[in-house]
Ligand binder design. Structure first.
Ligand code: ZN
Ligand code: ZN
Length: 390
């Protein structure tokens, strides 16, 4: 089969690789019909995630048709159309039973690698390095899906791939980011990053009852998507105005009730602090550039919540802990427990409350994945979200 493989920093290639096989009685093989390139794939592309190896198959947002099942999978049939969540979860361990699926204790065979960096290991993920399980990803014609009796969600024929594909990651991730804000009536929420996850965080904050959502980015086309497609009441271009001043002005001086960081470790900025973080990251003295996170913490109102759904890999510097403690801030975070959200969010899609396909700007064939990565990374042609189809 054909698969999009990680080769080296800034280099991916579509290669001919062996077809996946059933290895466990709870596996399924899915013939992928649609798969997407995620912002977090760019962290792999840019070489910020350790334990990637030449030839690793990328991709953790995919859906398709079940073509083969292990004998223990009783809830699916060959021919079912399914969307697959990016965290791999057994459904039976202590974490899974608490609905903390991205922390499954049984799905990362390389847990020891993650423990070295993070103390304990989270779940294995599709197509996301060897320290997170070394699983082949879904930017391929076929994918092996472990614990297929737990993860994949059957989707109705009446919905197009693009309407349900993002249940695999970015819609639940954005939704969880908004949910972690504990939104109360009247709340103002600020979202750093109007990439695909940021757009879903904005739309979800409204679904959860926010009064007003403010989006922060530097690309005018992304801010336009935030306003026109995700419904943001206001946008801030941080290259034009001071974010702290603008947010204070919009919130009677108090700051947003909750702030969502949908940017993560490769944040961009233009002050001296950006040069400082770039230099330290380049020298490996700091693995991540937490510019959006620092800004979100400083902007948040006293007693408010900072919800972090942007991805961080390692260590950050100049973390404003004084603001957190002295202003009673709550910080919440996590890789999305996608399995928890798929069904209720599918119901919202079926009721017409949201059509997640609004984020898609580019569609191309799997073979064009390298061009898709380049376009998405460099924001060429106003690229917001690339879907690869077979
Ligand atoms: Zn993703
Ligand atoms: Zn588990």
């Amino acid at each position: 089969m054909k698969a999009n493989c990680w080769i080296d920093k800034r280099k991916v290639r579509v290669e001919e690789v062996p077809d996946p096989k059933i290895l466990n009685t709870r596996d399924a093989i899915v013939r992928v019909t649609s798969t997407a390139i995620c912002g977090s794939d760019l962290h792999l592309y840019n070489g910020f995630v350790p334990t990637m190896e030449k030839g690793d198959i990328l991709g953790h947002e995919f859906m398709g048709e079940v073509v083969e099942l292990g004998p223990s999978v009783k809830n699916l049939k060959v021919g079912d159309r399914v969307v697959v969540p990016f965290p791999i979860a057994c459904g039976q361990c202590t974490m899974c039973r608490r609905d903390l699926f991205s922390l499954c204790e049984n799905s990362n065979p390389n847990a020891w690698m993650a423990e070295k960096l993070w103390g304990h290991s989270p779940a294995g993920l599709f197509g996301y390095s060897h320290m997170l399980g070394g699983y082949a990803g879904g930017q391929a014609e076929y994918a092996r899906v472990p614990f297929a009796d737990v993860g994949p969600l059957k989707v109705p024929d009446g919905l197009r791939d693009e309407q349900v594909l993002f249940l695999s990651d970015i819609f639940p991730t954005g939704y969880m980011g908004a949910e972690m804000c504990g939104i109360q009536p009247g709340d103002v929420i600020a979202v750093w990053g109007a990439g695909p996850v940021g757009l879903f965080a904005i739309a979800s904050a409204y679904l959860l009852g926010a009064e007003r959502v403010i989006a922060i980015d530097r690309f005018p086309y992304r801010l336009q998507l935030a306003r026109e497609r995700a419904g943001a009441a206001a946008t801030i271009n941080y290259e034009e105005v001071d974010v702290q001043d603008a947010l204070r002005e919009m919130t009677a001086g108090r700051g947003p009730d909750a702030c969502i960081d949908a940017v993560g470790m490769e944040a961009h900025g233009h002050a001296a602090i950006y040069a400082y973080d770039r230099a330290k990251q380049a020298l490996m003295l700091e693995t991540d550039r937490p510019i959006a996170l620092r800004e979100a913490i400083l902007a948040c109102r006293n007693g408010g919540t900072v919800s972090v759904i942007g991805i961080y890999g390692g260590f950050i510097d100049k973390f404003p802990m004084g603001a957190v403690v002295n202003r009673s801030l709550t910080i919440r975070s996590g890789q999305c427990h996608v399995q928890r959200y798929m069904r209720p969010l599918l119901e919202r899609i079926e009721r017409g409350e949201i059509d997640p396909s609004f984020v898609v700007t580019h569609r191309m064939a799997l073979e064009e994945a390298p061009r898709g990565f380049d376009m998405f990374l460099n924001k060429r042609d106003n690229c917001e979200k690339v879907v690869l189809t077979m």
